[in-house]
Design a protein around this ligand. Structure first.
Ligand code: PSU
Ligand code: MN
Length: 312
């Protein structure tokens, strides 16, 4: 594996020393945010991870090489390049063999983080069951990945362009703990509330780390990932009814233009941002940085727990 998976020095040394490392995805840079906010946000997330005492490792695929810990220059190049492939679990091997350049989704980033030994990952909102998914069967591979891969994902819930009740149902079926960070309600990405109650919450990074420790201590039970949901910062979060109006318009436009498959999520994000005159974009950027900061703190708490327990 060493020739296709390249873990850059800073992350490699931190991992070997048992120090906290936070994985960051690259699809949000190439497909989720417009320029120049994409590059600014990617770098701001790295900074936020550092400020909370962990090493950031942005993950992407450059000419068929899976890189863990992209350099700032490489992130900039990805952010500016056209036709970067959106890489989920199903795309990884073909993209490597084709020596293509790709940006990893939550699913592929989790997979690669686990291969590299990284346990904590920050993103904006995970993919989920799309509205109408009961007919289209458009259910993000992020959900199945959460069911099978031992990484804790820190996010602001699932994007409100999705069917949130069904997304929570699928997560439960897959055995994924959904844990509110200092909240008892599932956040809806741009909105702090969704009306969907959570069964579990953690009040501190230490409590979150303990949940990780117990989840993955159940060794023979093939436990998967954990979803920590962090409400978006109040300053830029938007009211649910405002967002809903934008989403309905965006969905109608997507149907009219026949947008399908991998293009659905990027299209809706772009359309909602245009309709809201950038308000959803501002909320998106702020919640990404906030999640990166929290992931850094959770990762630090988890490493401290592990060091107390000694190697296992
Ligand atoms: N979160 C964001 N912006 C994004 C995404 C998440 O704030 O662009 C990306 C993630 O990479 C996620 C993907 O895995 O959208 C989901 O795509 P799909 O619905 O096609 O599985
Ligand atoms: Mn899909």
């Amino acid at each position: 594996m060493t020739d296709i998976l390249e873990i850059r020095e800073e992350a490699r040394e931190a991992l070997a020393a048992g120090k906290p490392v936070v994985a960051l995805e690259s699809t949000l840079i190439t497909h989720g945010l417009p320029r120049p906010q994409n590059i600014e946000t990617a770098l701001a997330m790295e900074k936020a991870v550092r400020e909370s005492g962990a090493v950031p490792a942005t993950i992407g695929i450059l000419g068929g090489r899976i890189v863990v810990g992209l350099a700032a220059k490489e992130i900039e190049r990805l952010a500016e390049q056209k036709d970067v492939v959106k890489v989920s679990r199903a795309d990884l091997a073909p993209v490597v063999v084709g020596k293509r350049t790709g940006a990893t989704t939550v699913a592929a980033t989790m997979m690669i983080a686990a291969m590299a030994g990284i346990r904590t990952f920050a993103t904006g909102g995970i993919g989920g069951v799309h509205r109408g998914g009961e007919n289209s069967m458009d259910v993000s591979a992020d959900l199945t990945e959460l069911g099978r891969t031992q990484v804790a994902v820190v996010c602001a819930g699932a994007k409100s362009i999705l069917d949130l009740p069904r997304t929570l149902e699928v997560l439960e079926t897959l055995g994924v703990p959904v844990v509110g960070f200092a909240t008892k309600e599932f956040p809806a990405f741009y909105c702090r509330e969704s009306g969907l109650a959570l069964l579990h919450s953690a009040a501190t990074p230490q409590e979150a780390a303990e949940i990780m420790n117990v989840q993955w201590g159940m060794r023979s039970a093939q436990m998967g990932g954990i979803l920590f949901v962090n409400p978006p910062p109040a300053e830029s979060a938007l009211p649910e009814n405002m967002v809903e109006a934008f989403i309905e318009k965006a969905l109608a436009e997507a149907a009219k233009q026949g947008i399908k498959g991998k293009s659905v999520t990027p299209f809706l994000l772009r359309e909602v941002s245009r309709l809201s005159e950038g308000r959803t974009l501002k909320a998106n950027v702020d919640l990404l940085v906030s999640n990166a900061r929290l992931a850094g703190r959770i990762s630090a708490a988890y490493c401290q727990l592990e060091s107390l327990q000694g190697p296992n």
